[in-house]
Ligand binder design. Structure first.
Ligand code: AMP
Length: 410
């Protein structure tokens, strides 16, 4: 079955066309047919990329003012007689959508019906920046693909298994009941994918192993997975809490924020921008939110603020690894993913320093092997627990969930 996976953001549409089936999922034999995206929707020139495995990347910079034109562009490229991969859009048999927030309403992926779409809309107040674009992507793509099933895959769903003691905040209980204030967690699709890969590599059922997955990209989160379920995760009510990120602060004393708001007479929108856009690696380094650039600055220019940002990022990460090992009574597997997790040997080395006491023996040479790509183990052969690098693949999970929903096995 050819599944179009759509990830619609406020100014972008990313897509992949994946051929998969229950049998292909079982055999890990799914096939990527094409991928790409439309970025900078609404700007003078959008950036369109279209990539078919084995061919050169096709690029365009047309004016694309809104999401309808962006999705029309994706359909045009996929069906183009020269560079396309399907003869007509009728070959596409299902559409899978990334939806950021499913609140407490969705614990699994689901086929989108009118009722489901209405419930996703009810979650908008929990994710005002993301869910509107996700829903718009569904509404528009449904006009292009009206006869095929559409499936919603939620970033929050995997974490709905967290126990109450992990997801509640120690604030008046009524705020959970009346306003839905609790930890939801995000990046669930990525954590779930990485945990499944660990299961495959370990050769033991996920239900029998304790796994910590660290998704480190521009946004960062870490999850404790025991008995095959997410039992705790670092992002909270919003994707602000937890680890230090590119431009987000992660954990901070709420009273410090109140202090700054009071002293500097900030509006709520300004305080929000301070924590989400001007903090994290960028705020500490005063230079960049990009780990690659900071690493270069720290190592080649001796930039002390950049070095401090990397140190703080890695230290916070190490603290969480320790906390989640304690939460699960130990850890059998630690896995790194995301742009930083997959590529920054420096961050992995700093984060894994001194973890031997809990059975994670880090191998500096395996970690530093610049030639190694893809899935790999970076712990020593005699380490009781294993440390992995596993490139994430959220789109594949969305395509697979779409098939499973259609086949009625979710
Ligand atoms: P993502 O959001 O998953 O695309 O991750 C983006 C982050 O990954 C940015 O901070 C990048 O600087 C970082 N990143 C990508 N490649 C590397 C690399 N080779 N070394 C260090 N950081 C990297």
């Amino acid at each position: 079955m050819k599944v179009l996976v759509l990830n619609c953001g406020s100014s972008s549409v990313k897509f992949q066309l994946i051929e998969t089936s229950l049998e292909a999922i079982e055999k890990n034999a799914d096939r990527l047919l094409a991928r790409g995206g439309v970025e900078k929707i609404g700007a003078a020139a959008a950036i369109v990329t279209f990539e078919v495995p084995g061919r050169d990347i096709h690029r365009e910079t047309p004016e694309i003012l809104e999401h309808r034109e962006a999705i029309a562009c994706v359909v045009r490229l996929l069906t183009d007689s020269e560079i396309g991969v399907v003869k007509d859009k009728g070959e596409i048999e299902a559409v899978g959508h990334r939806v950021v927030h499913g609140g407490e309403k969705f614990a699994t992926s689901t086929i989108i019906t009118d009722e489901v779409a209405a419930k996703i809309k009810e979650c908008i107040e929990l994710a005002p920046l993301h869910n509107p674009a996700n829903i718009r992507g569904y509404i528009i793509s449904h006009q292009f693909f009206s006869d095929v099933p559409h499936c919603a895959v939620f970033d929050t769903a995997f974490h709905q298994t967290m126990p109450e003691h992990a997801y509640l905040y120690a604030i008046p209980r009524v705020l959970h009941r009346s306003l839905g204030v609790r930890r939801y967690g995000f990046h669930g699709t990525s954590h779930r994918y990485v945990a499944r890969q660990v299961e495959r590599i370990a050769g033991r059922p996920l239900a029998e192993i304790r796994v910590i997955t660290a998704h480190l990209g521009n946004g960062c989160s870490i999850t404790a997975i025991a008995g095959g379920k997410s039992v705790d995760t670092s992002m909270g009510f919003t994707p602000l809490e937890g680890l230090i990120m590119g431009t987000r602060s992660g954990d901070i004393d709420a009273a410090a924020v109140l202090h700054v708001i009071g002293k500097q007479e900030l509006r709520l929108s300004e305080a929000n921008a301070m924590l989400n856009k001007h903090s994290g690696l960028l705020g500490i380094s005063g230079r960049s939110n990009d780990m690659r650039e900071l690493t270069k600055a720290a190592l080649e220019e001796n930039d002390r603020a950049a070095a401090l940002a990397i140190e703080m990022f890695s230290y916070r990460l190490r603290k969480y690894i320790g906390a989640y090992a304690a939460a699960m009574g130990g850890v059998d597997h630690l896995a790194f993913t995301g742009g930083i997790g997959e590529n920054s040997a420096l961050v992995r080395e700093k984060a894994c320093q001194g973890l031997e006491f809990m059975g994670l023996k880090f191998d500096p040479e395996r970690n530093a092997d610049a030639g190694a790509g893809g899935e790999r183990v970076i712990s020593t052969d005699d380490s009781p627990g294993m440390i992995h690098v596993i490139p994430t693949n959220e789109e594949l999970v969305i395509a697979r969930d779409t098939v499973r929903c259609i086949e009625g096995v979710i």
